[in-house]
Ligand binder design. Structure first.
Ligand SMILES: *Cc1c(COP(=O)(O)O)cnc(C)c1O
Length: 488
């Protein structure tokens, strides 16, 4: 076990919970050097990482708590050199799997400031000016989404909890206390966190409809209408439609305007899950890709995807900000009264003490300028369109839908192949492309078949990385088809 005479003696300053300014500076520099060396190598790291981690996990599992101080360099080495490489390289420009983001360095600096200053950003009265920065950021997000001035929002830890806050708000507004008859409408393509949030919000799985989408994986408004009518006839209370502004599986954007019209006519709340795609609405030239997004009752955004922030930042906006407040307001005798004239986070969400998420958005916006974010989003969209066009030219690859935003599905197909053979080959293709090490891609089961997908959203991804992806797809597809005896 730890021998205090070695560690505490070697590193006497580290044993102190209050290191001197010199020691803090040295620790900071050491940490910075380590992470910057990691980032400097990002282009050449295998994008999937070395996922053979079982032995290391067993070794780590056996470790007990350290009783005495240890030197930072050894600890950084464990984390950055041993644990980190055994993970998907989500910061890589070649990461085209799931939904990328990348993790802006400037947001990490914001976290450093937040964590070192460690002021209390749970209630307005404890740090009014800091919370004003967060409130400003939410105001900007609302403006970019076309929401009105009375809209309010919340920075959550991610899209899942943003969806939860929205579902709870819709439930309170449209059902009140009698929630058992309430029904929520989604599609089979809706992110699974919506069904989970519904359950956490007290809406049981038998009250969540996963409707069959249309041929382009979008919510079918006729199917929605019919389902609402069926449930009304059965004595139930339809209260919420959750649409998607870019599904995770295929990037499909539901017909938001038409869904909104149904909701208005039927008295339902329209929540849109824009965790993947809503930030494209920031870009004026791309706004037409998301018609009706600005008319929804509430909207989930995921800054750790579309704004490239490190994981741990989601957001929800609610058109009628008072509704979000009514669903979450709470106070206690020991706390100062909540602010009325200013935004008070604890009154709009489930948390009390929380990290100061606002600075993670505020500092990058200020430091880079918002124009850079719009340019990056427009670039990702263009890259995806270009990538889709070039993949469609590869013999044996068939697009299942054009990219509506920056994500598109496709599959392997050859004359006489069955859907099962195509699914197997598509799965194999994603694996082989990823195994080449330069890009990572993942597919999804959609409507009973397996589809490949490419999602471009990392801020580091540029044209040369798409060139690499296209080359690797072309080579791997040719290889697969040759093995199946298909002439090119
Ligand atoms: C990523 C995603 C979510 C979940 O968000 P988390 O931030 O992972 O909690 C929900 N919906 C969609 C469409 C997503 O892409």
């Amino acid at each position: 076990m730890d021998d205090p005479t070695t560690h505490d003696a070697v590193n006497p300053d580290l044993a102190d919970l209050e290191p001197s300014p010199e020691v803090m500076a040295a620790l900071g520099r050491q940490t910075l050097d380590k992470v910057l060396a990691h980032v400097a190598g990002v282009e050449t790291m295998p994008v999937r990482g070395d996922m053979d981690a079982t032995a290391l996990c067993r070794e780590l599992e056996a470790q007990g708590p350290p009783e005495h101080a240890r030197p930072l360099d050894a600890l950084l080495e464990t984390v950055v050199d041993q644990c980190v490489p055994r993970s998907f390289t989500t910061i890589s420009p070649g990461y085209l799997a799931f939904v990328p983001g990348g993790g802006l360095y400037s947001a990490a600096l914001a976290d450093l400031v937040s964590n070192v200053t460690n002021r209390y950003s749970g209630v307005w009265a404890a740090a009014p000016a800091m919370i004003q920065l967060e409130s400003n950021v939410l105001r900007w997000l609302a403006d970019w989404m076309g929401y009105p001035s009375e809209a309010r929002g919340l920075l959550s830890t991610g899209g899942s909890l943003a969806n939860l806050a929205a579902i709870v708000t819709a439930r309170e507004e449209r059902l009140g206390p009698d929630i058992r008859p309430g029904v929520i409408y989604t599609t089979t393509e809706t992110h699974h966190c919506v069904a989970k949030a519904a359950r956490l919000a007290g809406v049981q799985p038998d009250r969540v409809r996963a409707l069959k989408p249309d041929g382009r994986f979008r919510m079918d408004v006729d199917v929605l209408q019919a389902a609402i009518a069926d449930d009304r006839r059965a004595g139930l209370r339809p209260f919420l439609v959750v649409s998607s502004a870019g599904t995770t599986n295929t990037g499909a954007v539901d017909p938001l305007r038409a869904i909104g019209e149904v909701c208005k006519r039927e008295g339902l709340w329209h929540h849109c899950d824009g965790a993947y795609g809503a930030f494209f609405h920031m870009v004026p030239e791309l706004r037409a890709l998301l018609p009706g997004l600005d008319e929804t009752d509430s909207l989930t955004l995921d800054p750790h995807k579309g704004l490239f922030l490190p994981y741990g930042t989601g957001a929800v906006l609610v058109r009628d900000g008072e509704a979000l407040r009514r669903a979450h307001a709470a106070t206690a005798d020991y706390l100062p009264p909540p602010a009325d004239a200013f935004y008070d986070p604890s009154q709009y969400g489930p948390e009390l003490s929380r990290d100061f998420r606002g600075l993670r958005l505020w500092l990058p916006f200020q430091l880079h300028g918002v124009a850079r974010f719009r340019e990056a989003l427009a670039e990702k969209r263009e890259l995806a369109v270009d990538c889709a066009r070039r993949l469609a030219e590869i013999p044996g690859l068939v697009l299942d839908a054009e990219p509506e935003l920056s994500l598109f599905p496709f599959h392997v197909e050859w004359p006489g192949s069955s859907v099962a053979e195509q699914s197997d080959a598509s799965r194999e293709l994603m694996e082989r492309v990823t195994a080449r090490g330069r890009v990572m891609v993942t597919g999804a089961e959609v409507g009973g078949r397996y589809l490949g997908r490419v999602c471009v959203l990392c801020f580091r991804t540029h044209a040369r990385h798409i060139d690499m992806a296209v080359d690797d797809f072309a080579a791997a597809t040719a290889e697969l088809l040759a093995e199946r005896g298909v002439g090119a």
